[in-house]
Design a protein around this ligand. Structure first.
Ligand code: ZN
Length: 389
């Protein structure tokens, strides 16, 4: 996928931060919470005799079995049988376990029988009507819970966007979530040879409540006859499970160490049918998101006693006038003079999450090697130091 490289680059530049934020977990096992969507009275989508809750559970148990073969990995299931678990409780199970990753497994559905393919979601804003519709459908489960109005006060199941305000403040795990989501989609597309609809952001309640890198995989369309049958088959579930387990292992090995097991994924061989539904691009969505965040920042007063994050765009020996035309349209440009070099920076915020969004924005505007810098009382400090404060 096109955006993966850029996202990867961002992840590399932020790897220091990543190590800092996850080091608390390195002493224990690598914990993965697997969440089989729906259960018991909540069937999820049902088409052509295939029941979503059963497919989700089948895939989750198969992923778990592969992961558990590694003694360094601990798998926690939100459900391992046909029970009803409330959405907030699913997230709480992951929070209590202090899990490294939360992976929720679902099947997509559409009133039209032709759409097919997998899609992985990370928590976030969405401008895409189809992503919002999927989040709305999955979030609607809460209406089956007792007292849901009290429990999810302020949340309107008909408007998933109502999750947004809290999200801006808590979205600390976006990079790792996108990396895992990209690996899962990459595997489903290239190793399993099935259609990928890409990685997207959407306000899912179950992701909103979990505080760790987290993704929700719509493994395929149960409403598509051919794909539904594949999802419902043992062979299909085994190979989807292997592909998702492979992606989780790659994240584990890269960021937490250990060795990569050999996972033999059987390629899907049937020729692909053309489907006109466009593939989503998380990069564009993030661009939209950053506009929203910019608005939020503009209204927020900067606290000069706290660390301030800026995005360093470039360094130059000559002085450039700080106007948007000279910086690919980016405004709020400042500079410092360091060892004969003018270092030009974009934005200023106390919020590291906002800084990360601004970094993505700078990259989409052509500043591929931009990075985040931190200042305290006008003096440059390390990111680790800034994040400790
Ligand atoms: Zn579902």
């Amino acid at each position: 996928m096109k955006f993966t490289l850029k996202v990867k680059y961002l992840i590399l530049t932020l790897s220091l931060v990543f190590v800092a934020t996850t080091s608390a977990q390195t002493n224990s096992k690598f914990k993965v919470v697997l969440d089989a969507g729906h259960g018991a009275k909540d069937f999820g989508a049902v088409y052509n005799g295939c029941v979503e809750k059963n497919i989700n559970l089948g895939i989750v148990l198969k992923i778990g079995k592969i992961l558990e073969a590694d003694p360094d990995v601990q798998v926690i299931y939100t459900r391992n049988d046909d029970t009803f678990i409330e959405l907030v409780e699913r997230a709480n199970i992951a929070n209590r376990a202090n899990a490294n990753f939360f992976v929720s497994i679902h099947c997509n559905a559409n009133v039209k029988p032709d759409p097919y393919g997998s899609e992985t979601f990370v928590m976030g804003l969405s401008k895409s009507a189809s992503s919002l519709a999927i989040a709305k459908k999955e979030n609607a489960v809460i209406t089956l819970e007792d007292n849901y109005k009290k429990k999810y006060a302020g949340y309107d199941p008909n408007s998933p966007e109502s999750l947004i305000s809290a999200t801006l403040a808590q979205e600390e795990y976006l990079d790792q979530s996108i990396e895992l989501a990209s690996r899962i989609q990459d595997g489903l597309e290239n190793k399993l040879n099935r259609k990928s609809r890409g990685v997207a952001q959407a306000p899912f309640m179950v992701l909103h409540k979990a505080f760790m890198p987290r993704v929700l995989v719509e493994t395929g369309f149960i409403s598509n006859k051919e794909e539904g049958a594949y999802l419902n088959s043992e062979e299909g579930q085994h190979n989807i499970a292997k592909t998702i387990a492979d992606a989780i292992f790659r994240m584990k090995v890269e960021h937490f160490g250990g060795t990569m097991p050999v996972i033999d994924i059987k390629k899907y061989e049937k020729p692909e049918i053309k489907d006109s539904t466009p593939k989503v691009n998380v990069q564009t969505q993030i661009k939209d998101t950053s506009k929203e965040i910019k608005k939020a920042v503009d209204n927020k007063k900067l606290d000069v006693n706290k660390p301030i994050f800026k995005i360093q765009l470039k360094a130059s020996t000559s002085k450039i006038e700080a106007k948007p035309e000279n910086f690919n349209g980016l405004d709020k440009i400042s500079f410092i003079l360091e060892k004969d070099y003018y270092k030009y920076m974009y934005g200023e915020t106390n919020d590291f999450v906002v800084a990360k969004m601004q970094l993505l924005e700078a990259k989409t505007k052509g500043y591929d090697s931009a990075f985040i810098v931190a200042f305290k009382n006008g003096i440059k400090i390390s990111l680790n130091e800034a994040l400790k404060k």
